[in-house]
Ligand binder design. Structure first.
Ligand SMILES: NC(=O)c1ccc[n+]([C@@H]2O[C@H](COP(=O)([O-])OP(=O)(O)OC[C@H]3O[C@@H](n4cnc5c(N)ncnc54)[C@H](OP(=O)(O)O)[C@@H]3O)[C@@H](O)[C@H]2O)c1
Length: 397
């Protein structure tokens, strides 16, 4: 299943779009495991409308949202788009192939990274508050069609940020969704400060590996939580002051299915032994049901639990007394706006934060990393090469 040869843009700078392209597509009738739901199809290349850009995708990052989309859980993504096909993928690096009417800031040949927030651009929220509050706000490649697992993708011009020149296409495709999300969570929503102690769940994963680096950059102390030996070294290299193996704790009572208070206390003790006796000022949450009761419990009095996801389940069962008696806050957070994405991207350009790309796959194997992610059998970020013929291309002097 090799895609048809298209003019390579890596050294040329731009390429005209053909009429059709190869794309990994999900259809309503085959929702299920990613390896079954995703199929390679030939599909028409979309035209950029006003304020939109067509990008030749060079590499595309793997994210958990395509696992949700493939499985049709917790909702079918066809409910959002109304289409009978879905091209997922919310991370990409690429080259601008064409711009729609009214686009001023970008032109064909520009090398870009794409952030995944779309909004209407016209409402007061978009123009004076926060595009994340726009009633039309959507995550590109999840709640919209024409995501990055295709040779071309159609995005809003405001979604583009410059590709850091020192990164290869695959490195540049690996970080935007998780890193910009972690940036908004910690820097804007949870007000990360030097000296804060931060508990980072899933620290060897996509979000977690960027959260660790942000903590280090801001002078905060990150305590990483992982479930395998191979993630320990990675977390330490990314700046964790200590790494806790969650397999040593039964945080949920297996028989009762309830939070296990004795084990949560023991877990809290393990955190304090890493931080010199202090509870976490911030808990970085995205696991949900399996960890949230513990997150609320171990968080410092007046501390913040900032949450953007629920890999292990959306219905949370926690003892709210630990929240109100100790005046803790739960803060919801969702991706990032273009300003936050640009500020965060600048830290990558300045080499203060680095992508954590662990594995690259050819386009023909696109469903495999998604299945690995579904089974938690991966480490850090995975990327699929699309237009880039091989790894290591795209680095500019
Ligand atoms: N709202 C947003 O904008 C946004 C953006 C990005 C991601 N998300 C969501 O955030 C979640 C994580 O995304 P990601 O890209 O970081 O995924 P990831 O790379 O798969 O990392 C998730 C980590 O969670 C940990 N984990 C899984 N099950 C767990 C459990 N039962 N208990 C404790 N830890 C568990 C795993 O680490 P260990 O097994 O090593 O502990 C895993 O490495 C996903 O649900 C995703 O949809 C939301």
């Amino acid at each position: 299943m090799t895609p048809p040869a298209l003019p390579l843009v890596d050294e040329v700078g731009s390429a005209a779009a053909p009429a059709s392209m190869q794309a990994w597509v999900i259809r309503p009738e085959r929702l299920g495991e990613p390896v079954d739901a995703m199929r390679l199809e030939t599909i028409g290349v979309p035209e950029p409308g006003p304020g939109e850009v067509l990008v030749r995708v060079m590499a595309a990052g793997v994210n958990y949202n395509l696992v949700w989309a493939a499985m049709g859980k917790p909702v079918s993504i066809f409910r959002y788009t109304g289409d009978d096909f879905h091209i997922g993928g919310s991370d990409a690096s690429g080259v601008v192939a064409a711009v729609g009417p009214g686009v001023q800031r970008w032109q064909p040949g520009d090398e870009v990274v794409i952030h995944c927030n779309q909004s209407c651009g016209e409402c007061p929220e978009c123009n004076g508050f926060d595009p994340m509050a726009c009633s039309e706000q959507k995550i590109w490649g999840y709640e919209t069609n024409w995501g990055s697992f295709a040779e071309f993708t159609r995005v809003q011009a405001q979604q583009l940020v410059p590709k850091p020149k020192h990164l290869s296409w695959e490195e540049a495709a690996s970080y935007a969704l998780v890193y910009f999300t972690a940036y908004r969570m910690l820097v804007d929503q949870a007000n990360l400060q030097a000296g804060d102690n931060v508990l980072v769940w899933g620290a060897g994963g996509g979000l977690g590996s960027m959260a660790l680096q942000l903590c280090r950059l801001y002078g905060a102390n990150a305590v990483a939580v992982v479930s395998s030996e191979d993630k320990v070294d990675l977390c330490k290299r990314l700046g964790a002051i200590a790494v806790i193996d969650r397999r040593e704790f039964d945080l949920v009572d297996r028989d009762a299915g309830e939070p296990n208070l004795a084990e949560m206390k023991r877990f809290g003790k393990a955190i304090r032994s890493a931080t010199g006796g202090r509870d976490p000022d911030i808990v970085f949450e995205h696991v949900g049901a399996a960890t949230f009761p513990t997150s609320v419990f171990v968080c410092k009095t007046f501390g913040r639990v900032v949450i953007c996801g629920a890999t292990s389940g959306f219905s949370l069962n926690f003892d709210v007394r630990y929240l109100w008696m100790r005046q803790k806050s739960i803060i919801g957070s969702h991706f990032a706006n273009a300003y936050q994405a640009t500020r965060a991207n600048q830290l990558i350009i300045e080499r203060k934060i680095m992508p954590v790309l662990m594995r690259t796959f050819p386009f023909a194997e696109c469903p495999i990393p998604h299945q690995m992610m579904r089974e938690n059998a991966h480490l850090g970020k995975m990327v699929v090469l699309v237009g880039a013929e091989t790894t290591g291309l795209g680095v500019r002097p």
